[in-house]
Design a protein around this ligand. Structure first.
Ligand code: G3P
Ligand code: MG
Length: 275
């Protein structure tokens, strides 16, 4: 069985970094809140200083943690995640920033209340192994997006480190691995041909797209909404590829993409279609 064989529904909803509009992204609170609202969760993975895959989006700790405060106290110079050991990362609060930033205006709008969030704090960074264990327990398929590690010493190893974690968790058929760095996808396919691959693209489509996806051995294409058209979806679906579009928060646009034949959309406001 592969990732896409798991679903009987044709219109799949992927929770982008968890229920990111109402919980701090890529935290256990965001993943927990998306259970029952999505078919699968999309999350971001990179490698910390001691070689462990962790769940985190930005290359630096500035936006979504209290690392600046801790670094100042301890005399640490760099806020790049790749320069921090897991033990130190685990001390960070990666949730409370949400209360001050209200990144989607959901607190201001009254969609959720500070009192709902405060008891959840602090949130702690998860290793990929911890998230996979949680996902297996909740039978929640995961799209693992491997972040670009070219500025780190793990560029050549990130694919195998991620695959090790997936195999150790016994979750090969529960995951879809994607990346904007297509070299990682080629490496994944060589190391684990049975694991599904999604090719992320945000600006221009690679030339000869169908052939390109075939060569990589991709199961799906993951274009940004801005470069997605009916024709693109029809062509790729006819060639046998899934088309999973990010990030689509507008419900009307979601419906339109599904009408065009999109297999999945990623959204910050996950909600399962009413049957
Ligand atoms: O995987 C879809 C989407 O997450 C890609 O962009 O920056 O949100 O990780 P980003
Ligand atoms: Mg992502």
């Amino acid at each position: 069985m592969t990732f896409f064989d798991r679903f009987s529904d044709v219109h799949l909803v992927g929770a982008h970094r968890g229920f990111r509009a109402c919980r701090p992204e890529n935290t256990l609170s965001a993943f927990t809140a998306s259970v029952g609202r999505c078919h699968f969760i999309e999350t971001d993975v990179q490698i910390c200083r001691d070689g462990i895959p962790v769940v985190f989006h930005d290359p630096t700790l500035k936006r979504t943690t209290n690392a600046a405060f801790i670094a100042n106290k301890l005399g640490i110079k760099s806020l790049r995640l790749s320069t921090w050991d897991l033990s130190r990362l685990k001390q960070l609060d990666i949730g409370s920033w949400f209360l001050a930033a209200d990144p989607f205006g959901t607190l201001a709008a009254g969609t959720l209340a500070v009192a709902d969030l405060e008891p959840l704090m602090p949130q702690r960074i998860l290793t990929l192994a911890e998230l996979l264990e949680w996902a297996m327990r909740h039978k929640m398929p995961l799209n693992i997006e491997i972040k670009d590690q070219r500025r780190t010493r793990f560029d050549q190893h990130v694919a195998s480190l991620v695959l090790d974690a997936v195999h150790r968790a016994g979750s090969a058929s529960m995951v879809l691995i994607s990346s904007f760095n297509h070299d990682y996808l080629v490496q994944c396919k060589a190391l684990a041909p049975h694991i599904s691959i999604g090719v992320l693209q945000n600006e221009q489509h690679p030339p000869e797209l169908v052939q390109y996806l075939q060569t990589i051995g991709a199961a799906a294409y993951h274009p940004a909404d801005a470069i997605t058209s009916r024709e693109l979806i029809r062509t790729l679906r006819a060639a046998g590829f899934g088309v999973n579009v990010y990030t689509v928060n507008d419900r009307q646009r979601q419906r339109e993409l599904f009408d065009f034949g999109a297999t999945a959309i990623f959204t910050d406001f996950p909600e399962l279609p009413v049957r």
